[in-house]
Design a protein around this ligand. Sequence first.
Ligand code: G6P
Length: 365
Amino acid sequence: ESVDLGPYQHYMQKEIFEQPRAIGDTLANISSFGPELFHADVSEWNQFDQILILACGTSYYSACVAKYWLEDIAGIPTQVEVASEYRYRTSVPNVKTLIVVVSQSGETADTLAALRHAKALGHSYTLSICNVGSSAMVRETKWSFLTKAGTEIGVASTKAFTTQLVALYLLAVSLSKRAGRMTPESEKQLLRELRHLPKALHAVLALEPQIIAWSNAFVKCENALFLGRGMHYPIALEGALKLKEISYIHAEAYPAGELKHGPLALVTEKMPVVTVAPKDELLEKLKSNMQEVKARGGKLYVFADQDTDIVSDEGIHVIRLPEHYGNLSPILHVVPLQLLAYHTACMLGTDVDKPRNLAKSVTVE
Ligand code: G6P
């Protein structure tokens, strides 16, 4: 842990603010999409027709976002499974599946065992998305993509998560190209959007003072609910995980459409409800979910986009992200949730970089 903290109080804060650099580095030298990004052989690259992603913890949530991208952008059937479940259940292998393991460390025991299990079942197309090039997962998969987050010290993963999302997005657009869904113009446009990410992230990080103000309310809470829809539902899950990991506040995430099937019973004026509300095709549906919360006295904390008509009012607080980012939106919308968890934990005085009972890398079962 000799990495210099610089102006930051904790490694987690430093790592949150390093995300523009980490994503810029992960994208460096990429000028087109395709199998070469994953060190894959073209003839084999054309063989698989479905995907199974295996991961744990925060890496599992990046995989959950990727399922939306892979099915929507590339049209390839995709499943995501928690590694510790997959390795111990009877599954029906289809050898035309690409097995993807996602892991910051590349050493997580459950994910590694799940990879070995998949190979024992006859799967030969295997890809690792890892932050450590010398790791067991990179060695044991046929193909690999290395994220360039740099050493991550904070137990609660931040820059590793967003760089995993970038890698998984590159997989989705590369498979979209394989499917003949991309023109040279659309490829150039997607590259421009990706290269804009570091700048867009800086603008989101500049929201920190507003988020610190919200943290003052969260320190008084025992519970919090996080809502999202579509590809932002896993972002709500990740926001809830960050809050519980480092602040020890009980937090749960739901896809907003499920509110009426249970969690609405928990909503009172004591329940903050964090809502991830980008300006996408699900926004109108989400607004009616927010109305259900408001009608029960719940306090809404909404992360919206710039050109939205959601405004702060009695019982509803709104922070606007500076742009709408289209398919890349999950990479931006997770950042304020990281900051909210971080500042809430700081105010509560927890050991932010080393939360109780948790380890950075779980290399035993
Ligand atoms: C531990 C860490 C988490 C991490 C998970 C998976 O639980 O505390 O932050 O997301 O392991 O780790 P990996 O290295 O496989 O991404």
